[in-house]
Design a protein around this ligand. Structure first.
Ligand SMILES: [Zn+2]
Length: 213
């Protein structure tokens, strides 16, 4: 589920739709949680073999470490990539605002966290743009991602968290322990998709173009 203070708007004719903040979303706010309404598509799901579904799956799903693709039921599936995003995945199963996101500002994410074997061309336009987004980005950037997430988490208890109730109790306890003691941080390293023969074979789409901010 995406943060309630969001709205869907057209970014441009080239990019298509994107998700924008309708009100200020402060740094440290949970922006997205994988809730129970999300659809999980296992790597061996027969649906992946049907071209009619394949394009939507490739375009709108993100990958979990075991190769499961997740399709969001709400606006979350329209969040675009940026090489300098204002929100990011965490090791806690939610995404967090890295900076204060102003009303009218597009919410962006780094697809490098959950991309499979496909290589995506990026045209996000940021000075730090990597040009392409690929699985190898993960190991290069995970330390920097963790630093940005940990910095954002310092605000966690000082901002409104409308999605907090959607965290499962185990994750919530783990997070609270880290926030209280500074110990036991869950790195993004655990989120890296595992690529092995067959796991993504039916889903790789080399011609896929990237939705970017
Ligand atoms: Zn870029």
């Amino acid at each position: 589920m995406i943060h309630p203070h969001t709205q869907l708007r057209e970014v441009s004719a080239q990019v298509g739709l994107g998700v924008y903040a309708a009100e200020t979303i402060p740094a440290g706010t949970i922006v997205y949680v994988k809730d129970l309404l999300e659809t999980s598509i296992r790597p061996d799901d027969p649906m992946l073999r049907y071209p009619a579904y394949r394009k939507s799956i490739d375009t709108y799903c993100y990958s979990e470490p075991d190769g499961t693709r997740v399709l969001s039921w709400d606006l979350a599936k329209y969040v675009n990539h940026s090489c300098r995003p204002n929100s990011l995945s965490t090791g806690y199963g939610f995404e967090i605002a890295l900076t204060d996101i102003a009303p009218g500002e597009q919410i962006t994410d780094d697809y490098g966290v959950f991309i499979g074997p496909e290589v995506l061309t990026c045209c996000c336009g940021h000075p730090d743009c990597r040009g392409v987004v690929r699985w190898e980005d993960f190991s290069r950037h995970v330390d920097a991602w963790d630093r940005r997430v940990q910095l954002a988490l310092t605000n966690f208890r000082h901002v409104s968290q409308p999605l907090l109730g959607l965290l499962d109790s185990s994750t919530r306890r783990s997070l609270q322990r880290y926030l209280r003691t500074g110990k036991g941080y869950r790195s993004l390293a655990a989120m890296r998709p595992i690529i092995e023969p067959g796991r993504y074979a039916t889903m790789t789409s080399p011609e896929k173009s990237l939705q970017s901010a």
